[in-house]
Write a protein that binds this ligand. Structure first.
Ligand code: PHB
Length: 404
C-alpha cells in the first residue's frame, strides 16, 4: 500500500488511472491522503455535478448557488481559506466516482459535494474509505444518505413531498389517480410514497406509468393516462424536464381536461416556470422551495441569485446554497478543524434559516428536516409562480421513519 501511494503521489497522471483499480486495493491509501489534507491551511471543497449531459441544468444551478454563497460570505472561515472546485460528471455515475477519487487523491479536498442520485451512490465508497465529509446537494432518494456515514443531505427527498400531496389530494376529493413517473430511483420513491398514502386514504391508483429518464417523450404516457379517466394525475419529472413536460401536457389538452395535476415540487421547477405560459396555472404541488417564498431571507436570495445567474432561483439551487452554509457553519463550530468525524459531529443537529424556511440536519440520519409547502401555480406580474398556501413544518424523510 505504501509503495502504491508514493508512486501515485509522484505521478499525478497515474492517479487518473485509479478509476480502473478496485476500491479495496486503494482503500488504505485514500485514508492516508485525507490525513494530509486535514493539516493544510486551505480548505478545499470539491463538488461533482452534471454541468453537461441530459441533466446539465442541475450542475449550473448548484454551481451558481455555491459561488453566490461564497461571494456573499467570503472565502475565509475560522482563519482558513476556502477553495471551491467544481467537476462535471456529464450525468454519468462512473465519471462521478473517478472525479471524486481524483479530488481526494490529487486535490486533497476536505469536503465533497454530491449531485444526482446515481452519481451520489457511485461516490459513496470513496467518501467512506477516504473519510471525506460529503454534502448531498441534489439527490432526492432516501437511501443515498445511508450509503456512507460521511454523507449529509441538504437537498430533499421525494418521499417528503409525495406523501403530503397524496393526503392533500384525498382531502380535496381525489379518488382515482394515475401516476406518471420518470423511470429511475427518485421516481420509484415518489410513486411508492404517493401510492401508500393515496390508497391508505381510500383512493385508487389506476396505473403507474414509467417514462424513460433520458430524452423523455411524455405524450404517449399522457395519452394512456387520459384514457384511464382518472380524476387526478400524479407526476414526477426531475429538475430540467418541467418545461418539456408542461408543453406536452398542454399540447394534449390535459390542462383543460378537468383532470387535476399534482406532484412533488419538481414538476413546477422555478427554473422552467417562466417559459411555461399558462400550461401549469392552477397546478397544486407539495414542494420544499418556491422562489416566491415570502420571507425576507428568500427575497434577498432570489434577487441575488437572479442577478448573478440570470435565472430564477429554484429548489435545486437551495441545496447548493445551504450545502455551503452547512460546511461554513460546521467549520466555525470546529474552529477550522477538518477532522472528518469532528466535522460530521458538528453538522449533526445543526439548524438554520434557509431561503426555504427553517431547516435542520437530523442527528440520527444525517438527512434534512424541512418544511413542505402546498403551493398553487398562479400568475403574478405576468409570470407563473408557485404560491404557498399551507405549511407542513419540520418534515422528515418518511421512508427512514417507516424503517425505524
Ligand atoms: C435525484 O438525483 O435524486 C434527483 C434529481 C433531480 C430531481 C429529483 C431527484 O428533481
Amino acid at each position: 500500500m505504501r509503495v502504491t501511494r508514493r508512486v501515485v503521489v509522484g505521478l499525478p497522471m497515474a492517479a487518473a488511472g485509479l478509476g480502473m483499480i478496485g476500491l479495496s486495493m486503494i482503500g488504505l491509501s485514500l485514508a492516508g491522503w485525507n490525513a494530509a489534507a486535514q493539516t493544510a491551511e486551505t480548505i478545499k471543497i470539491g463538488i461533482v455535478v452534471p454541468m453537461t449531459g441530459v441533466q446539465g441544468a442541475v450542475g449550473r444551478e448548484i454551481s451558481d448557488a455555491a459561488k453566490l454563497y461564497m461571494a456573499q460570505h467570503g472565502d475565509t472561515v475560522a482563519g482558513k481559506k476556502i477553495e471551491l472546485i467544481i467537476r462535471d460528471d456529464g450525468t454519468i455515475p462512473d465519471n462521478a466516482k473517478r472525479l471524486a477519487q481524483e479530488l481526494v487523491v490529487n486535490d486533497k479536498v476536505n469536503f465533497l459535494g454530491a449531485g444526482l442520485t446515481p452519481s451520489a451512490m457511485a461516490m459513496a465508497p470513496i467518501a467512506t474509505e477516504a473519510k471525506v465529509p460529503t454534502v448531498v446537494m441534489v439527490s432526492g432518494t432516501s437511501i443515498v444518505t445511508e450509503r456512507s456515514p460521511y454523507y449529509v443531505r441538504t437537498s430533499f427527498t421525494l418521499g417528503q413531498q409525495s406523501g403530503i400531496i397524496a393526503d392533500w389530494a384525498i382531502k380535496n376529493g381525489s379518488k382515482k389517480a394515475v401516476a406518471v413517473l420518470s423511470d429511475w430511483a427518485p421516481g420509484a420513491e415518489a410513486g411508492k410514497v404517493f401510492t401508500d398514502h393515496f390508497t391508505k386514504g381510500g383512493g385508487e391508483v389506476l396505473d403507474t406509468l414509467k417514462v424513460p429518464l433520458a430524452n423523455p417523450d411524455f405524450s404517449p404516457f399522457l395519452q394512456r393516462a387520459r384514457d384511464l379517466q382518472p380524476d387526478t394525475l400524479f407526476v414526477f419529472v426531475p429538475a430540467g424536464q418541467a418545461g418539456t413536460f408542461a408543453r406536452q401536457f398542454a399540447e394534449r389538452g390535459l390542462d383543460k381536461s378537468g383532470i387535476k395535476l399534482i406532484g412533488p415540487g419538481d414538476i413546477v421547477d422555478d427554473d422552467d416556470l417562466p417559459s411555461t405560459g399558462d400550461a401549469l396555472i392552477g397546478v397544486i404541488t407539495a414542494g420544499i422551495y418556491s422562489a416566491a417564498h415570502p420571507s425576507q431571507i428568500n427575497k434577498d436570495y432570489a434577487a441575488a441569485y437572479q442577478k448573478a445567474s440570470g435565472h430564477r432561483a429554484n429548489f435545486i439551487s437551495v441545496g447548493g446554497y445551504d450545502g455551503m452554509n452547512l460546511i461554513y457553519e460546521a467549520l466555525k463550530k470546529t474552529n477550522g478543524n477538518t477532522d472528518p468525524d469532528a466535522v460530521i459531529g458538528a453538522m449533526k443537529g445543526m439548524t438554520w434559516e434557509s431561503p426555504r424556511g427553517t431547516i435542520s440536519i437530523d442527528p440520527r440520519t444525517r438527512d434534512i428536516i424541512q418544511n413542505v409547502y402546498i403551493r398553487k401555480i398562479q400568475k403574478v406580474d405576468g409570470q407563473p409562480w408557485a404560491i404557498e398556501f399551507e405549511t407542513f413544518p419540520a418534515v422528515k424523510d418518511p421512508l427512514k421513519e417507516a424503517a425505524n
